[in-house]
Design a protein around this ligand. Sequence first.
Ligand code: ZN
Length: 203
Amino acid sequence: MKLICIGRNYTDHIKELENEKPAEPVVFLKPDTSILLKKQPFFIPDFSDDVHHEVEVLVKINKVGKYIDKKFAHKYYDEIGLGIDFTARDLQSQLKAKGLPWEKAKAFDGAAVVGKWLPKTKFQNINNINFSLKKNDEVVQKGNTELMLWKIDELIEYVSKYFTLKIGDIIFTGTPAGVGKVFVDDQLKGYLEDEEMFSIKIK
Ligand code: ZN
């Protein structure tokens, strides 16, 4: 399986990193080895001094598809989740400055937190879900899927032009503002509406 990640999908986060608003979604992949194992802490890798949390709504693909029209995209997922796209921001900035790929900063072991899954039927409207991240019990990131530049069904249409979607693939839909550095002993907890979706200790 693969993790398909979207960058720059919330205006407030684009401003915070002083990026330009893209004309098309920014897409990158993480391998399955980047998924943080259940109940394990996240270890800050030795090649970075500036690992950031990016909380993101996740979509799990339930059917094989290619060139999926956004009208039919809702048939390709039943579950919504929440995760973290951990990013070695120092390394990413160096790679970006050189025009090089981001993978070392985004796809390393443990860089993808995948929390629990909820049936999408739990939500009245997929495009109006509140989510948040607490660091040591303080809210540091807050978003609503309504604020995505490209909504979930549009993202499925877009990424399936390039990649065949397979059962179990996960889409990371981008992060809102409030990304920040993690420190040893931090505790990160993610919420979809009021439901706790993951709890991660930083080591
Ligand atoms: Zn991200």
